[in-house]
Ligand binder design. Structure first.
Ligand SMILES: [Zn+2]
Length: 248
């Protein structure tokens, strides 16, 4: 899947579905994450297929372990070992940045004016802690982007239909984003949170234009034929990767 918001002459980006890979079982078939125990050769082949299909250099795919935090890595800066970041940013053509997710929201950002891109992993903890605020501010402060130029696409992720939460999560969102309408919606049992509403509110607070946010991805949990879902499949399931890079 791609978004019409991102100009394809400047950037390569995408959010692959679960189809077209070689993994089996509940990871059938395009599992792109190594962490949950798939055969490494399957994951490597799946990543090669994505790179080949999208047209980017697999050797220059940049990914890190996500930790539901807010730290940003500007590709090229020294990174600690092991590198643990939830956002990657670059203004260097040729690199492709990946963000993993399986219900959490993979997000790609692109500034077509200054030619800067970012890939972010935003679950509820990172969202509340300010991961997207840090993404936009790093693009601005380190690489000269104006927030009003930044385009943002939210990838397939758990929707408000399925994201049932406990009272501590409701409280965390109410505290981080007071007064935002539609953030918490009633569910059949417990309340549900809409991560898209939260992300859009944070982006707009940072100066991103509302019409520059594509925030209507399909729900991963509702669509087992197309997507992996941690809530549905647990660690036996696969992982998706959203990606973006600047064309050379
Ligand atoms: Zn759903």
């Amino acid at each position: 899947m791609t978004s019409p918001l991102i100009p394809t002459d400047l950037f390569v980006h995408g959010f692959p579905t679960r189809h077209g890979g070689v993994s089996t079982g509940r990871r059938d078939s395009l599992n792109l994450g190594y962490r949950w125990g798939d055969a490494p050769e399957n994951v490597a082949e799946n990543r090669r297929r994505v790179a080949s299909c999208a047209g980017f250099d697999i050797e220059r795919l940049q990914v890190t372990k996500h930790v539901h935090g807010t730290r940003v890595w500007v590709v090229g800066d020294p990174a600690p070992d092991p590198p643990e970041f939830d956002v990657l940013v670059t203004d260097k053509p040729g690199y492709t940045l990946g963000a993993f997710a399986a219900d959490c929201v993979p997000i790609v950002l692109a500034d077509p004016v200054r030619r800067v891109v970012a890939a972010a992993h935003a679950g509820w903890r990172g969202t509340v802690a300010g991961v997207m605020r840090n993404a936009v501010r790093t693009m601005a402060e380190r690489l000269g982007s104006r927030p009003s130029d930044i385009l943002v696409v939210l990838g397939p992720s758990i929707g408000p239909c399925c994201f049932e939460v406990g009272p501590e999560v409701v409280a965390a969102f109410a505290s981080a984003l007071p007064g935002v309408r539609g953030l918490v919606v009633p569910g059949p049992e417990k309340p549900h949170v809409d991560l898209r509403v939260a992300t859009r509110a944070i982006l707009e607070q940072e100066g991103v234009h509302g019409e520059h946010v594509d925030d209507q991805p399909p729900c991963t949990r509702c669509n087992p034929d197309k997507f992996f879902s941690f809530r549905r499949d647990g660690q036996e399931g696969g992982v998706h990767m959203g990606f973006i890079g600047i064309r050379g």
